[in-house]
Ligand binder design. Structure first.
Ligand SMILES: [Zn+2]
Length: 172
């Protein structure tokens, strides 16, 4: 703040960034990223689509702890809401038209489920048509699943059982 610039926040690491860095990053990447996270972004094999970026930033604005282009060791997920245990995939029409891709998506959904994550698929068209409505509906789902996840972890050992099951599934 000493240099007179308002402070902005990097959406990826929550570090503070200056006005010019924010402007540069918004112009080129459409995400407010610090220099380090800009390098991370440029090195990504698959870049998030404009639709993914839009809904991600809107969920951030709503206070959700979400991560964009998260690599979980097996696959890259468009957006992960860790405390809600939800994977969000923002899909183009090819996911409906291309049968092979659709089946691959089903298996991804299955493996995420084994890991305890619910997969929410959002068509690009929803984001394009009405970001506000889309984001509100997604927020409701995240809130509900966050509550449910908390209840489950509080009341029984399901979390531990799930992790054991996951480890077993990965072994075979
Ligand atoms: Zn950063």
């Amino acid at each position: 703040m000493q240099n007179g610039y308002a402070s902005y926040t990097c959406c990826h690491c929550d570090g503070s960034i200056t006005f010019p860095v924010n402007g540069y990053s918004m112009d080129r990447i459409q995400l407010p990223l610090c220099r380090t996270c800009q390098s991370w972004y440029y090195n990504l094999r698959f870049k998030p689509t404009p639709y993914t970026k839009k809904i991600y930033l809107d969920l951030k604005r709503r206070g959700f702890r979400v991560v964009i282009e998260h690599f979980d060791g097996h696959k890259s997920v468009d957006i992960v809401a860790k405390d809600a245990m939800v994977h969000i995939e923002v899909d183009g029409s090819q996911h409906n038209i291309n049968g092979e891709l659709a089946i691959r998506d089903l298996w991804r959904t299955y493996y995420s489920y084994i890991d305890g994550y619910f997969t929410l698929r959002i068509p690009n068209s929803a984001v394009y048509n009405d970001l506000e409505q889309t984001s509100r509906a997604v927020s409701k789902i995240l809130e509900e699943n966050r509550k449910r996840t908390r209840d489950i972890n509080k009341t029984n050992l399901y979390g531990i059982q799930r992790r054991l099951l996951m480890a077993l599934v990965r072994m075979f």
